[in-house]
Design a protein around this ligand. Structure first.
Ligand SMILES: *Cc1c(COP(=O)(O)O)cnc(C)c1O
Length: 394
């Protein structure tokens, strides 16, 4: 079948929850993807901040194949070595103390919400605790994660959400303070907002919120699902600010393509929240998923991924600034490391479609923002190639 025929079949069989780009992808190699007709694309999306190590990474593939030949799944009722090692490594790179593995980002958020509610429940014996989340945030599509997602468009048809969620403005400390009550159990935000348009938390804001949380006994939950795993130039984005969350979530690049997520917490929260029988998952942290995490974390270290993010990220940032200067359609650029948004004064869909025709994969973050979340192994040369194609599409 040709591409058009596959697309017609997809549209006849799959639920219409995505406006997909008109391409059927087939395989990948490094920072390139190929469609089923053999056309090559430079990838600046990496499956939305997932495939950090690039495609067809031999060490990663070999690690997965070896685990497949041993055992793919057992159950969380038994111990398995890949999960034990993955938890240990994740503790080390995050400085957090307790790990719960999930299958996705949304489930990591669900777990974080449950942990925060249980912590508050054990502390004061009451229920009805409140969580403060941010406008323009994105935390996933399950009911709990949707309830803390600050985009009414995603929520409206599915009301009622879980209760007692209040929204404040990212980087506006007074707006957060204004939502605090005696019932507040957690403040939740993405250290760098992704889907909402690439808005990094300001250092002052993060520090003020941390202090507020300490004063009031509120838990700080940072969502690192998109901005974590080296993307901003530190393993987790909060690590550059000198503050630490009580609970954090990770997913996307954690497994580099194998569906996995995690929520992590301090020992204090771990000892006083979820306990035996409170939470579970059939697949979460199974041997295959954890073999992926182990190899990903090893490769991050051996291949100096974070150094590359800092080097190439700074270069990408310069190049995007140049585009803002050069073209009137681009009004601003935000971002850090290899997570950037180029803001336009009009919808960017046409530019992204033209880029695809010209062999460059880009994606938006909101209608007017082109998002750049490439594999973390990209080179300066890849950035030059990307800019050259993008300039043709403006
Ligand atoms: C993608 C994303 C999620 C949801 O993750 P899924 O794996 O799609 O459920 C949550 N939070 C942030 C910040 C994300 O970018």
């Amino acid at each position: 079948m040709n591409m058009k025929e596959y697309i017609d079949e997809a549209e006849a069989a799959l639920l219409h929850t995505y406006n997909r780009y008109q391409v059927v992808l087939d395989k990948g190699e490094g920072v390139y993807l190929y469609d089923i007709e053999g056309k090559k694309y430079l990838d600046f999306v990496s499956g939305i901040a997932v495939f950090a190590l690039g495609y067809h990474n031999k060490a990663y593939n070999d690690a997965l194949k070896a685990q497949i030949d041993k055992v793919i799944h057992t159950s969380n009722y038994y111990y398995n070595v890949p999960a034990i090692e993955a938890a240990k490594k994740l503790k080390k790179v995050s400085g957090m103390d307790r790990v719960f593995f999930t299958n996705s980002g949304a489930e990591a958020i669900e777990g974080a919400i449950k942990a925060a509610r249980k912590y508050a429940y054990l502390k004061d014996g009451t229920t009805d605790h409140e969580i403060i989340a941010m406008e323009h945030s994105f935390h996933g599509r399950t009911m709990g994660a949707l309830s803390v997602t600050g985009n009414p468009k995603y929520r409206e048809a599915f009301e009622p959400m879980i209760g007692n969620i209040r929204f404040a403005q990212m980087n506006d400390f007074e707006s957060v303070k204004a939502q605090v009550t005696d019932k507040t159990c957690a403040i939740l935000f993405e250290t760098v907002q992704g889907e909402g348009g690439i808005y990094p938390a300001e250092e002052g804001f993060l520090k003020q919120v941390r202090t507020l949380c300490d004063e009031k006994g509120i838990l700080l939950i940072l969502d690192e699902i998109q901005c974590g795993m080296g993307r901003t130039g530190t393993m987790f984005a909060w690590q550059r600010y000198g503050v630490k969350p009580d609970i954090m979530t990770t997913a996307k690049a954690l497994g580099c393509g194998v569906p996995v997520g995690a929520f992590l917490m301090t020992e204090e929260v771990g000892q006083h929240s979820l306990t035996s029988g409170d939470h579970g998952t059939t697949y979460g942290g199974n041997p295959l998923a954890c073999a992926a995490i182990n190899e990903v974390l090893d490769l991050f270290e051996h291949n100096h991924i974070i150094e590359n993010v800092n080097d190439v990220g700074a270069y990408l940032s310069e190049k995007l600034d140049e585009l803002v200067e050069k073209y009137d359609v681009f009004t601003a650029h935000r971002g850090v490391g290899l997570m950037h948004g180029l803001v336009s004064d009009k919808p960017v869909g046409d530019i992204i479609n033209r880029a695809l025709e010209n062999g460059l994969i880009l994606i938006n973050a909101g209608p007017n923002i082109i998002r750049f979340v490439p594999p973390l192994i990209i080179s300066r040369e890849n950035v030059d190639d990307m800019i050259a194609i993008l300039e043709k599409c403006i």
